[in-house]
Design a protein around this ligand. Sequence first.
Ligand SMILES: NC(=O)c1ccc[n+]([C@@H]2O[C@H](COP(=O)([O-])OP(=O)(O)OC[C@H]3O[C@@H](n4cnc5c(N)ncnc54)[C@H](OP(=O)(O)O)[C@@H]3O)[C@@H](O)[C@H]2O)c1
Length: 309
Amino acid sequence: MNSSLSGIVFSKTYGSRIMAKLKVYVTGGSGLVGSRFLELAADRYLLAAPVYPLLNLVKKIDVRRVILEFNPDVVVHFAAFTDVSAAQSQIHDHTGSCWQINVTGTQNLLDALPRQTYFIYISTDMVFPGSVQDPGPYPEDHPACNDPDQLTWYGYTKSVAEKLIPPNSAVIRINYPVRTYFPGKLDFLRKSLDLFDKHQLYPLFTDQQISISDIDTLCRVIDILIKNRYQGILHCASENTGTPYDMVSYVLKKARHVSDVVHGSAIPVNNRYPKYGGLSVKKSEHRLGIKFGSWQQIIDRLVRQGMVI
Ligand SMILES: NC(=O)c1ccc[n+]([C@@H]2O[C@H](COP(=O)([O-])OP(=O)(O)OC[C@H]3O[C@@H](n4cnc5c(N)ncnc54)[C@H](OP(=O)(O)O)[C@@H]3O)[C@@H](O)[C@H]2O)c1
């Protein structure tokens, strides 16, 4: 039975009980992270995930039309311009695609939403500088950086967009999101495996601190947020940080059974990427009632599940 009432679609009847499915609108559903949410959430929600060019976030009129048509209860906003190096070539350019998608696109989406819609914004640890003066891992309440000269341009646009998010919404920060398989885009770990298999693995930084985010755990976090309508900033990442050198050495040991094959290097002096990055997750774990595990445990789980390039 399918009928619609005040934004709730009644999709299944069990005896006299009617199970209501929330209408969840997903942007970025073709991407590395959003596509996994669509896979895992398909049976729980009524999902709409129009992809570009059907939905171009930069076009206010398109956004308004698709939101009006679907009238969502919840929006999970994954879509973004995510190529950090390409974004850097647009630095300070508000007409460039990075600003337009990440800032203008987010504003267009928020402008189109009814006030009662619950909004979840997926953000990044790149809203922090990762510098010696202000190092990570950053707790949830650490202020995001407002200075474009201390961040990558991508990180700055994500930081500006975070500030657009209304109070009755949630921001989930992630970094280096990883999953077992996604043919559309290699993540940090699967890219390293791919390069190793092709004998093209380059030296990895031994002096950078990062954490990684398990995408399946993020999807669980999103479910908890939707259920409880939690507001504010949450982090979803490994409980500890490590260097790219350490993490790739570990995944190669576990997935390819090789040791001592990774070469180390140091971050170039004028590099703008966060050097001492990573997210602290203690407050989020406490609030959500779940444990994210160490980066070693995340890699162990991915390998057990059979990571595929
Ligand atoms: N990947 C990371 O390392 C990382 C780290 C921290 C945080 N994050 C955040 O996590 C979220 C998801 O990242 P991801 O890695 O899954 O990104 P991704 O694989 O690069 O996918 C980006 C998504 O955004 C969509 N998109 C781009 N421009 C659009 C536009 N103008 N209108 C509508 N949709 C548009 C893309 O659609 P098309 O495929 O049709 O272009 C795609 O579905 C982002 O908000 C990102 O900032 C990512």
